[in-house]
Design a protein around this ligand. Structure first.
Ligand code: DOR
Ligand code: ZN
Length: 343
């Protein structure tokens, strides 16, 4: 097959950032995605409905002329989030709340320290039909970084899913076989997003022959057996797994530093790279479900009606993108060939 047409996809997890950066990130996503779930880890974080609504306005203002792209807003849970905050979020049309364990990743310092005390908030999310999106890694420093996702499942995920049975939970950007198996065997109302980097790469791609900071993201890339498990679940066509790029831009100097930050800016190549993966897996017939159907169904939103077409045509991801403020950023897969192109 040299060409594939699918329902226009949505990105169920990404980071747009704010201010001038929106002029770069919003058009990059709007070129092929109809909707995107926008992560709230700004500085300061988007913790309330009011902050989410003003952030939404700034995103809409950065859309290309004539674009129908729609951001799906989220709020950031903290130790101080109240049941009233959740009701306000519902009234403002916020569809999901993001739970970062404090210190787990970029801009998560205001995240949750005591998951135990957040159960009334989880109940309120369920009662208001708001999804809980989870960064599933423990933050205990003695736990090996490669084991933090598995530990989170054992310490917290099992409990959250059981104790609030009517809560819809998305296990974000899963990276391990354990996470894939957990989601597969979990009750209805539990799903996961998967990024292009975790399907395409494993930790050798970050560490073998030299440190490659542009492949560093969190949760960190794992060994190839986990990459294979993720590839197997997307190939299976299970509706519990859908597209979430986790596109997360950081300026080049922040990545290429003695303490480089986590995140891959994949918006310009993500859809094409997912297509490449499904092609490699001989599963192009499963791409549309993963990219355009399962996420909308899980969120309870209508499926998109337009289509996009990808063609088998090789192109090279540019080595640099210049941000509106003049700073360079190195996109994910920079300088590498991608086998599929958006028509
Ligand atoms: O790699 C990551 N980057 N993982 C996250 O969880 C956050 C993100 C970011 O905001 O840069
Ligand atoms: Zn993210």
């Amino acid at each position: 097959m040299n060409e594939i047409t699918i329902i226009k996809p949505d990105d169920w997890h990404l980071h747009f950032r704010d201010q001038d950066m929106l002029l770069e990130t919003v058009p990059a996503t709007a070129r092929c995605f109809e909707r995107a779930v926008v992560m709230p880890n700004l500085v300061p974080p988007v913790t309330t409905a009011e902050l989410a609504l003003s952030y939404k306005e700034r995103i809409l203002a950065a859309r290309p002329e004539g674009s129908s792209f729609t951001p799906i807003m989220t709020i950031y849970l903290t130790d101080k989030t109240s049941v009233q905050d959740i009701k306000d979020a519902k009234n403002a049309g916020v569809l999901a709340a993001k739970m970062y364990p404090a210190g787990a990743t970029t801009n998560s310092d205001s995240g949750v320290n005591s998951l135990e005390s957040l159960y009334p908030v989880f109940e309120a999310l369920a009662d208001n039909d708001i999804l809980l999106l989870i960064h599933g890694e423990v933050t205990q420093k003695h736990i090996d970084i490669f084991d933090r996702e598995k530990e989170f499942i054992d310490q917290h995920m099992v409990k959250i899913v059981e104790r609030v049975p009517h809560l819809k939970v998305v296990f974000e950007h899963i990276t391990t076989k354990e996470a894939a198996d957990f989601v597969l065997s979990a009750r209805d109302g539990v799903a996961a997003t998967i990024t292009p980097q975790h399907l395409l790469l494993n930790r050798n791609d970050m560490l073998d022959g030299g440190v490659r900071p542009h492949n560093y993201c969190l949760p960190v890339l794992k060994r190839s057996t986990h990459q294979e498990a993720l590839r197997a679940v997307v190939k299976s066509g299970s509706p519990k797994f859908f597209l979430g790029t986790d596109s997360a831009p950081h300026a080049k100097h922040r990545k290429e530093s003695d303490c480089g930050c986590a995140g891959c800016y994949s918006a310009w190549s993500a859809l094409e790279l997912y297509t490449q993966v499904f092609d490699e897996l001989d599963a192009l017939d499963k791409l549309e479900g993963f990219a355009s159907i399962y996420g909308a169904d899980f969120y309870g939103l209508p499926r998109n009606t337009e289509t996009v077409t990808l063609v088998r045509e090789s192109w090279e991801v540019p080595s640099n993108i210049i941000l509106p403020n003049g700073e360079p950023i190195v996109p994910f897969f920079a300088g590498k060939q991608v086998a599929w192109k958006l028509k």
